[in-house]
Design a protein around this ligand. Structure first.
Ligand code: PRP
Length: 182
């Protein structure tokens, strides 16, 4: 599917995002004092959130990256998740904080949680900037949520449409998708 013409409308401004990032980081600063959490960033979408978020943390922490892929036709997920890149860090006995940009159907997060649990961490919790609760296909706990958002296709602040728009400072709704070449 090729997008030939599109436009977008700002849903969450850069200022609103930055305020929320500080709010979430403050919760973690409090809850993870003396726990030296390892932040597990699921690429690619969460890379911008992670970089802003970890710079607002005042507690000792570590960062590692993993990458999952779920084949998506246009805007719909196939539901099949696979690990593309594993962690470098040994997480046995560690307090893991999964950092996500968005939880949508919940399939990716559910898969990641089960995968990480196999490595016997002390705890696993989730920080997600965005949550699309109405879209869940599987029940999965999200411990720290930035914004609850409606079922709209969104881009920016790490989120893409066909690998474009990740660098936008704000989050926007993609609208007027015309002339789709299927
Ligand atoms: C996005 C996002 C989450 C996942 C959420 O990743 O970063 O990991 O989708 O969707 P779900 O709850 O329906 O599973 P995506 O697979 O688009 O890859 P990307 O982060 O590399 O863009």
């Amino acid at each position: 599917m090729k997008i030939l013409e599109s436009s977008y409308e700002v849903m969450i401004t850069s200022q609103e995002i930055q305020k929320k990032v500080i709010y979430l980081a403050d919760l973690i600063n409090e809850d993870y004092k003396d726990k030296n959490p390892i932040l597990v960033c699921n690429l690619k979408g969460a890379f911008i959130f992670l970089s802003d978020f970890c710079r607002c943390l005042t507690i000792p922490h570590e960062v590692d990256f993993m990458s999952t892929s779920s084949y998506k036709k246009g805007m719909e997920t196939s539901g099949i998740v696979r690990i593309v890149k594993d962690l470098k860090t040994n997480i046995i006995g560690r307090n893991v904080l999964i950092i996500e940009d968005i939880v949508d159907t919940g399939l990716t997060l559910n898969y990641i949680k089960k995968f990480l649990a196999l490595h016997n961490p002390l705890s696993i919790r989730v920080v997600s900037l965005l949550n699309k609760k109405d879209r869940r296909k599987i029940e999965v706990d999200v411990d720290y949520i930035g914004f609850e958002i409606p079922d709209k296709f969104i881009i920016g602040y790490g989120l893409d449409y066909e690998e474009k728009y990740r660098g936008l400072k704000y989050i926007a709704e993609l609208i007027d998708i015309k002339n789709m070449d299927k």
